[in-house]
Design a protein around this ligand. Structure first.
Ligand code: NAD
Length: 259
Protein backbone atom coordinates (compact mmCIF):
# COMPACT_ATOMS: atom_id res chain seq x y z
CA UNK A 1 0.00 0.00 0.00
CA UNK A 2 1.25 3.50 -0.84
CA UNK A 3 0.83 5.62 2.30
CA UNK A 4 0.61 8.85 0.29
CA UNK A 5 3.23 10.78 2.26
CA UNK A 6 6.17 10.86 -0.17
CA UNK A 7 7.80 14.30 -0.08
CA UNK A 8 6.40 15.17 3.38
CA UNK A 9 8.86 16.43 6.00
CA UNK A 10 9.29 14.65 9.33
CA UNK A 11 11.07 15.53 12.54
CA UNK A 12 11.87 12.28 14.34
CA UNK A 13 13.18 12.73 17.88
CA UNK A 14 15.61 10.40 19.66
CA UNK A 15 16.16 8.44 16.47
CA UNK A 16 19.75 7.19 16.40
CA UNK A 17 18.73 3.85 17.91
CA UNK A 18 15.80 1.69 18.88
CA UNK A 19 12.18 2.68 18.34
CA UNK A 20 12.88 6.20 17.06
CA UNK A 21 15.23 4.74 14.48
CA UNK A 22 12.56 2.19 13.49
CA UNK A 23 10.07 5.02 12.91
CA UNK A 24 12.62 7.05 10.92
CA UNK A 25 13.47 4.07 8.70
CA UNK A 26 9.82 3.27 7.98
CA UNK A 27 8.96 6.90 7.14
CA UNK A 28 12.02 7.17 4.88
CA UNK A 29 10.83 4.00 3.15
CA UNK A 30 7.64 5.93 2.30
CA UNK A 31 9.67 8.72 0.68
CA UNK A 32 9.46 11.13 3.62
CA UNK A 33 12.31 13.68 4.07
CA UNK A 34 13.76 13.36 7.54
CA UNK A 35 15.40 15.42 10.21
CA UNK A 36 16.54 12.99 12.90
CA UNK A 37 18.09 13.92 16.22
CA UNK A 38 19.87 12.33 19.16
CA UNK A 39 22.49 13.29 21.73
CA UNK A 40 25.40 11.23 20.39
CA UNK A 41 26.88 12.36 17.04
CA UNK A 42 28.53 9.10 16.05
CA UNK A 43 25.49 6.85 16.35
CA UNK A 44 23.25 9.53 14.80
CA UNK A 45 25.45 9.94 11.70
CA UNK A 46 25.76 6.16 11.32
CA UNK A 47 21.96 5.82 11.45
CA UNK A 48 21.45 8.66 8.96
CA UNK A 49 23.89 6.96 6.55
CA UNK A 50 22.12 3.61 7.02
CA UNK A 51 18.70 5.14 6.28
CA UNK A 52 19.97 6.99 3.18
CA UNK A 53 21.60 3.79 1.92
CA UNK A 54 18.49 1.67 2.55
CA UNK A 55 15.86 4.07 1.21
CA UNK A 56 17.50 6.83 -0.82
CA UNK A 57 15.66 9.36 1.38
CA UNK A 58 16.99 12.81 2.32
CA UNK A 59 18.13 12.67 5.96
CA UNK A 60 19.49 15.64 7.93
CA UNK A 61 20.79 15.31 11.48
CA UNK A 62 20.77 17.48 14.62
CA UNK A 63 22.93 16.54 17.60
CA UNK A 64 20.95 17.74 20.62
CA UNK A 65 19.18 16.89 23.83
CA UNK A 66 15.51 17.36 22.95
CA UNK A 67 14.54 17.78 26.61
CA UNK A 68 16.36 21.15 26.70
CA UNK A 69 15.14 24.43 25.20
CA UNK A 70 18.43 24.74 23.31
CA UNK A 71 17.84 21.27 21.82
CA UNK A 72 14.28 22.06 20.78
CA UNK A 73 15.41 25.31 19.13
CA UNK A 74 18.09 23.47 17.16
CA UNK A 75 15.64 20.76 16.08
CA UNK A 76 13.01 23.26 14.92
CA UNK A 77 15.61 25.40 13.16
CA UNK A 78 16.54 22.33 11.10
CA UNK A 79 12.89 21.39 10.52
CA UNK A 80 10.74 24.51 11.00
CA UNK A 81 7.62 23.19 9.29
CA UNK A 82 7.32 19.46 9.87
CA UNK A 83 4.32 17.64 8.40
CA UNK A 84 5.10 14.72 10.69
CA UNK A 85 6.40 14.91 14.26
CA UNK A 86 7.53 11.79 16.12
CA UNK A 87 8.03 12.64 19.78
CA UNK A 88 10.50 10.45 21.65
CA UNK A 89 13.17 10.70 24.36
CA UNK A 90 14.81 8.35 26.81
CA UNK A 91 12.61 7.04 29.61
CA UNK A 92 13.03 7.98 33.28
CA UNK A 93 15.01 5.65 35.57
CA UNK A 94 13.33 2.93 37.66
CA UNK A 95 13.23 3.08 41.45
CA UNK A 96 11.15 3.46 44.59
CA UNK A 97 8.94 6.56 44.79
CA UNK A 98 10.32 7.35 48.26
CA UNK A 99 13.64 8.18 46.57
CA UNK A 100 12.19 10.66 44.07
CA UNK A 101 12.29 14.27 45.17
CA UNK A 102 10.71 17.19 43.33
CA UNK A 103 13.74 17.54 41.03
CA UNK A 104 13.44 13.89 39.91
CA UNK A 105 9.76 14.40 39.10
CA UNK A 106 10.34 17.65 37.24
CA UNK A 107 13.04 15.98 35.13
CA UNK A 108 10.73 13.09 34.19
CA UNK A 109 7.79 15.38 33.46
CA UNK A 110 10.05 17.66 31.41
CA UNK A 111 11.35 14.80 29.28
CA UNK A 112 8.26 12.64 28.81
CA UNK A 113 5.39 15.11 29.06
CA UNK A 114 6.37 18.76 28.60
CA UNK A 115 8.92 18.26 25.77
CA UNK A 116 6.41 16.56 23.45
CA UNK A 117 3.71 19.09 24.39
CA UNK A 118 6.10 21.97 23.65
CA UNK A 119 7.06 20.51 20.25
CA UNK A 120 3.37 20.04 19.41
CA UNK A 121 2.65 23.63 20.52
CA UNK A 122 5.31 24.99 18.18
CA UNK A 123 4.38 22.93 15.11
CA UNK A 124 0.66 22.19 15.20
CA UNK A 125 -0.63 25.53 13.89
CA UNK A 126 1.58 25.21 10.81
CA UNK A 127 0.17 21.73 10.24
CA UNK A 128 -3.37 23.09 10.60
CA UNK A 129 -2.62 25.90 8.13
CA UNK A 130 -1.22 23.38 5.60
CA UNK A 131 -4.14 21.01 6.28
CA UNK A 132 -1.92 18.03 6.91
CA UNK A 133 -0.22 16.92 10.09
CA UNK A 134 0.61 13.69 11.87
CA UNK A 135 1.96 13.60 15.41
CA UNK A 136 3.00 10.28 16.93
CA UNK A 137 4.14 10.18 20.54
CA UNK A 138 6.20 7.19 21.63
CA UNK A 139 4.93 6.50 25.15
CA UNK A 140 4.78 3.10 26.89
CA UNK A 141 2.52 0.17 27.71
CA UNK A 142 2.95 1.49 31.27
CA UNK A 143 0.28 4.07 30.40
CA UNK A 144 -2.31 1.26 30.27
CA UNK A 145 -0.77 -1.13 32.80
CA UNK A 146 1.58 0.65 35.22
CA UNK A 147 4.92 -0.98 36.00
CA UNK A 148 5.60 -0.61 39.74
CA UNK A 149 9.29 0.36 39.54
CA UNK A 150 8.62 2.83 36.72
CA UNK A 151 6.48 5.30 38.67
CA UNK A 152 8.12 8.33 37.05
CA UNK A 153 7.29 6.96 33.61
CA UNK A 154 3.74 5.90 34.60
CA UNK A 155 3.02 9.39 35.89
CA UNK A 156 4.68 11.61 33.30
CA UNK A 157 3.50 9.65 30.27
CA UNK A 158 -0.06 9.41 31.55
CA UNK A 159 -0.03 13.21 31.86
CA UNK A 160 0.94 13.48 28.20
CA UNK A 161 -1.74 10.96 27.25
CA UNK A 162 -4.45 12.95 29.02
CA UNK A 163 -3.40 16.18 27.34
CA UNK A 164 -3.25 14.59 23.89
CA UNK A 165 -6.70 13.04 24.34
CA UNK A 166 -8.18 16.53 24.45
CA UNK A 167 -6.08 18.24 21.79
CA UNK A 168 -6.36 15.40 19.25
CA UNK A 169 -10.10 16.05 18.98
CA UNK A 170 -9.50 19.71 18.15
CA UNK A 171 -7.00 19.21 15.34
CA UNK A 172 -8.48 16.29 13.40
CA UNK A 173 -10.98 18.56 11.63
CA UNK A 174 -7.95 20.11 9.89
CA UNK A 175 -6.45 16.72 8.91
CA UNK A 176 -3.98 16.92 11.79
CA UNK A 177 -4.01 13.76 13.91
CA UNK A 178 -2.25 13.04 17.18
CA UNK A 179 -1.82 9.47 18.40
CA UNK A 180 0.33 7.54 20.84
CA UNK A 181 2.25 4.33 20.24
CA UNK A 182 2.70 2.23 23.39
CA UNK A 183 5.65 -0.16 23.23
CA UNK A 184 5.64 -3.28 25.36
CA UNK A 185 8.90 -5.23 25.51
CA UNK A 186 10.83 -4.26 22.37
CA UNK A 187 14.27 -5.60 21.53
CA UNK A 188 16.29 -2.37 21.78
CA UNK A 189 19.37 -1.22 23.70
CA UNK A 190 17.14 -0.04 26.55
CA UNK A 191 15.60 -3.49 26.99
CA UNK A 192 18.99 -5.19 26.67
CA UNK A 193 20.41 -2.97 29.43
CA UNK A 194 17.42 -3.67 31.70
CA UNK A 195 17.85 -7.42 31.19
CA UNK A 196 21.56 -7.22 31.98
CA UNK A 197 20.76 -5.45 35.27
CA UNK A 198 18.07 -8.01 36.13
CA UNK A 199 20.44 -10.89 35.35
CA UNK A 200 23.15 -9.41 37.57
CA UNK A 201 20.71 -8.75 40.43
CA UNK A 202 19.37 -12.29 40.30
CA UNK A 203 22.73 -13.94 39.63
CA UNK A 204 21.39 -15.49 36.43
CA UNK A 205 22.71 -15.47 32.87
CA UNK A 206 21.47 -12.80 30.46
CA UNK A 207 20.17 -15.56 28.18
CA UNK A 208 18.15 -17.12 31.00
CA UNK A 209 16.48 -13.81 31.90
CA UNK A 210 15.82 -13.02 28.23
CA UNK A 211 14.17 -16.40 27.70
CA UNK A 212 12.08 -16.03 30.86
CA UNK A 213 10.85 -12.56 29.88
CA UNK A 214 10.11 -13.55 26.29
CA UNK A 215 8.18 -16.64 27.43
CA UNK A 216 5.90 -14.43 29.56
CA UNK A 217 4.73 -12.54 26.44
CA UNK A 218 1.86 -14.19 24.51
CA UNK A 219 3.86 -13.73 21.26
CA UNK A 220 6.73 -15.65 22.92
CA UNK A 221 9.27 -13.02 21.88
CA UNK A 222 10.19 -9.34 22.02
CA UNK A 223 9.00 -6.89 19.38
CA UNK A 224 11.31 -5.30 16.82
CA UNK A 225 11.96 -1.69 15.90
CA UNK A 226 10.87 -2.51 12.34
CA UNK A 227 7.46 -3.71 13.54
CA UNK A 228 7.14 -0.57 15.63
CA UNK A 229 8.21 1.68 12.75
CA UNK A 230 5.63 0.14 10.43
CA UNK A 231 2.85 1.04 12.88
CA UNK A 232 4.21 4.58 13.07
CA UNK A 233 4.26 4.90 9.27
CA UNK A 234 0.63 3.81 9.13
CA UNK A 235 -0.41 6.42 11.71
CA UNK A 236 1.42 9.03 9.61
CA UNK A 237 -0.22 7.90 6.36
CA UNK A 238 -2.82 9.75 4.32
CA UNK A 239 -5.13 6.78 4.98
CA UNK A 240 -5.01 7.32 8.77
CA UNK A 241 -6.69 10.74 8.64
CA UNK A 242 -9.73 9.42 10.59
CA UNK A 243 -7.60 8.04 13.46
CA UNK A 244 -6.84 10.45 16.28
CA UNK A 245 -6.41 10.48 20.06
CA UNK A 246 -5.72 6.75 20.12
CA UNK A 247 -3.32 4.67 22.18
CA UNK A 248 -1.91 1.72 20.25
CA UNK A 249 -0.19 -1.07 22.12
CA UNK A 250 2.62 -2.83 20.27
CA UNK A 251 3.22 -5.50 22.90
CA UNK A 252 2.79 -8.99 21.48
CA UNK A 253 -0.45 -9.39 23.44
CA UNK A 254 1.13 -8.70 26.85
CA UNK A 255 -1.65 -6.37 28.05
CA UNK A 256 -4.31 -8.80 29.25
CA UNK A 257 -7.44 -6.62 28.96
CA UNK A 258 -10.33 -7.00 26.49
CA UNK A 259 -10.07 -3.29 25.58
P1 NAD B 1 16.98 3.17 23.09
O1 NAD B 1 17.79 3.36 24.32
O2 NAD B 1 17.18 1.94 22.27
O3 NAD B 1 17.11 4.43 22.13
C1 NAD B 1 16.90 5.70 22.63
C2 NAD B 1 17.26 6.73 21.57
O4 NAD B 1 16.88 7.98 22.10
C3 NAD B 1 18.73 6.83 21.26
O5 NAD B 1 18.84 7.17 19.91
C4 NAD B 1 19.19 7.99 22.14
O6 NAD B 1 20.33 8.65 21.62
C5 NAD B 1 18.00 8.89 22.07
N1 NAD B 1 17.77 9.80 23.18
C6 NAD B 1 17.50 9.46 24.47
N2 NAD B 1 17.29 10.57 25.20
C7 NAD B 1 17.40 11.63 24.35
C8 NAD B 1 17.29 13.03 24.51
N3 NAD B 1 17.03 13.57 25.71
N4 NAD B 1 17.47 13.83 23.43
C9 NAD B 1 17.75 13.30 22.24
N5 NAD B 1 17.86 11.97 22.02
C10 NAD B 1 17.70 11.15 23.07
O7 NAD B 1 15.46 3.26 23.64
P2 NAD B 1 14.11 2.66 23.01
O8 NAD B 1 13.93 1.28 23.52
O9 NAD B 1 14.07 2.93 21.56
O10 NAD B 1 13.01 3.53 23.77
C11 NAD B 1 12.43 4.71 23.24
C12 NAD B 1 11.37 5.17 24.23
O11 NAD B 1 10.38 4.15 24.40
C13 NAD B 1 11.93 5.46 25.62
O12 NAD B 1 11.27 6.56 26.18
C14 NAD B 1 11.59 4.20 26.39
O13 NAD B 1 11.48 4.43 27.76
C15 NAD B 1 10.25 3.84 25.77
N6 NAD B 1 9.91 2.43 25.95
C16 NAD B 1 10.71 1.45 25.46
C17 NAD B 1 10.35 0.12 25.67
C18 NAD B 1 11.21 -1.02 25.15
O14 NAD B 1 10.94 -2.17 25.46
N7 NAD B 1 12.25 -0.79 24.39
C19 NAD B 1 9.19 -0.20 26.37
C20 NAD B 1 8.38 0.83 26.85
C21 NAD B 1 8.76 2.15 26.63
Amino acid sequence: MDFGIAGKKALVCAASKGLGKGCAMALAGEGVELVILARGKEALEATAAEIRQATGAKVATVVCDITTEEGRKAALAACPEPDILVNNAGGPPPGDFREWDRAAWIKAIDANMLTPIELIRRTVDGMIARRFGRVVNITSSAVKAPIDILGLSNGARTGLTGFVAGLARKTVRHNVTINNLLPGAMDTDRLRTTIEVMAKNRNLSVDAVRAERAAAIPAGRFGTSDEFGAACAYLCSAQASYVTGQNFLIDGGAYPGTF
